[in-house]
Design a protein around this ligand. Structure first.
Ligand SMILES: O=c1nc[nH]c2c1ncn2[C@H]1C[C@H](O)[C@@H](COP(=O)(O)OP(=O)(O)OP(=O)(O)O)O1
Ligand SMILES: [Mg+2]
Length: 263
């Protein structure tokens, strides 16, 4: 079965690795382009729409992009789409401390994918997972995974299989694949086959996500990102986490608040 190929424009290899794992069972194949698109200020939807239009123009063809938010209920949804900047400046410890004055520690992880063809309006698919913000726990994670707890475990304490079954990203991609199925009647780009929603992502060893694509073509995960990124060993979270060393296929990092992890 040939599969439908989508072009995912993102500067974040963690997002790409998760999306690939989630979509692996759906007949959707992701190609990637490591471009950091200028992001405006605004609502989640406004930011994602604008990002998608810029990406489609830049690539000159249909693309998907996504924007990820971490919304604290006590702070009326902040930091929301600006979490990247907060994480960079104050780390996961700082983010947890922002809620010290509030009893309500609940938060929502929100992922908004957009499909966009040049010159057309983007179509959005939102996934939302409700949890709470805790002191950092768990290793082998990216971004704010160590401080986002869902049903007793932080994202960082889950293996990729567990996270990809309940995550904001999984829920958004379920909607995207259902829409593709409806639009094209299959996952094959018109040449047969079908793309069932990504109901059962296969287990992936998250320690390998940064350095190696476990897909059958045997290519490197970083192939889509080019030499420059491979050699810089990309900042997995994109957020001031210094990559300490690359041991084989494992990327290790020190986070700004002293935490350590592998990716
Ligand atoms: O599942 C996740 N678990 C923990 N942290 C996460 C996750 N997903 C994104 N993140 C982080 C990355 C960035 O600090 C911020 C989103 O910012 P956001 O602009 O959407 O991502 P980005 O700039 O790294 O990549 P992109 O080039 O696709 O915009 O939250
Ligand atoms: Mg971004």
């Amino acid at each position: 079965m040939s599969s439908r190929t989508l072009f995912f424009v993102t500067s974040n290899p963690g997002k790409l690795a998760e999306a690939k794992a989630i979509l692996s069972a759906s007949g959707v194949n992701l190609e990637s382009k490591n471009v950091e698109i200028t992001e405006i200020q605004g609502t989640i939807e406004e930011i994602t729409r604008d990002k998608a239009k810029r990406a489609a123009e830049q690539i000159g063809g249909p693309v998907i992009v996504e924007d990820t938010c971490l919304c604290f209920d006590a702070l009326k949804g902040l930091p929301g789409p600006y979490v990247k900047h907060f994480l960079k400046e104050i780390g996961t410890r700082g983010l947890t401390n922002m809620l010290a004055a509030y009893d309500d520690k609940t938060a929502q992880a929100v992922c908004t994918f957009a499909y966009c063809e040049p010159g057309s309006e983007p179509i959005l698919f939102e996934g939302r997972t409700k949890g709470k913000v805790v002191r950092a726990r768990g290793e082998g994670s990216f971004g704010w995974d160590p401080i986002f707890e869902y049903e007793g475990s932080t994202y960082a304490e889950m293996d990729s299989y567990q996270k990809n079954k309940i995550s904001h990203r999984f829920k958004a991609l379920q909607k995207l694949t259902a829409w593709l199925e409806e639009k094209h009647g299959g996952g094959s780009g018109g040449s047969g086959g079908s793309a069932p929603p990504p109901a059962a992502p296969k287990p992936v060893d998250r320690r390998n996500m940064g350095g190696h694509d476990t897909s059958s073509d045997g290519g490197s995960f970083f192939d889509g990102f080019g030499e420059e990124v491979k050699s810089r060993a990309i900042n997995i979270a994109g957020d001031g986490m210094g990559i300490r060393k690359a041991a084989g296929r494992e990327w290790q990092f020190d986070s700004p608040d002293g935490g350590r992890g592998k990716y």
